[in-house]
Design a protein around this ligand. Sequence first.
Ligand code: ACO
Length: 336
Amino acid sequence: MELLKKIIENAVKLQNHIVLPEGTEIRTLKATEQILNSKIAKITLLGKKSVIESIAMKEGLQISGARIIDPETDSNRQKYAEIMVELRKNKGLTLEKAYELLNDPLYFSVLMIKAGDADGEVAGAINATGDVLRPAFQYVKTLPGVSVVSGLFFMIFKDKNLGDNGMLVFADCAVMPDPDALQLAEIAVTTAASAKAIANIEPRVAMLSFSTKGSAQHELVDKVVEATKIAAKMNPELLIDGEMQLDAALVPEVGQLKAPGSKVAGRANVLVFPGLESGNIGYKLVQRLAGAEAIGPVLQGMAAPINDLSRGCSVSDIVNMVAITSNQAGEKKEKG
Ligand code: ACO
């Protein structure tokens, strides 16, 4: 697929260093072999060297190009623990507790990134989203000027007439359960920027609701109306409109009927859902019933690229997510 091909080619050029905290997990090791063979990124696996090597040997995997670090014995523990205490002493974090947290690869990996010892992280093949995200929120935090991390999906359709040459961008489908109007506005602006940066599309953002332009009155509708206004102020050049129903966003005739004169209705390529329930259920409906390929969630708004996998992920999902993470790290370095 065109988008992934470009992302992988770019990752090969960037040669970023990605840490995989779930180093004893078989899909992660299979992905590591593929990533190293294709030179997509430099990899550090976290876990006990003897355990990782014996799993790799049993599976016939060649992963000697990866660095292996045991979070429980690594010589950087003191440095990382001190960084942790510095960042969270106001939350009562002691050095003793920091050392304990560092035994958890999900904390150790985040501290590697914070200390500049890795460029990005991919995890979640065996850990729940919240457990992957919490250490990242606490120590890596958000980009300056951004208050909320969210997750987008690139939805790829066989029908090239849909969206932008067969691609739509959906958000937030992964992180923020119940965003307020300001947070929703930020999600819209950040998603449009990510869509442009990663997929090189000109975003036309539809703020989704069960109402189009006042067809229903409810506080949930008011939130989307308010978010649309805030987002337009945040980025006056952005093509954004709402509130609108999904059919008004995507079908030209319906868009013209329900939102006449809108520059977005009927031709949206970025769909911003009003909350995580609709976003998460929505992308899975499209993936499972329409057979679209769902690439993501790509987390955005974090000060360093950290991405979460679904626990049902395949080996190629991990390979692709490492490439996406490397692209995000590359952009960050260029910006910084
Ligand atoms: N962006 C940035 N920071 C955040 C965010 C966010 N979206 N949410 C929480 N934080 C920060 C808080 O400010 C807090 O920081 P602090 O400790 O420095 O004060 C820290 O993270 C912890 O905040 P809590 O409110 O205690 O967060 P909690 O751990 O309860 O929840 C979480 C955060 C885990 C992300 C929660 O919102 C969640 O579970 N979301 C749903 C994730 C999920 O299950 N998604 C669906 C599956 S993914 C898929 O299907 C693709």
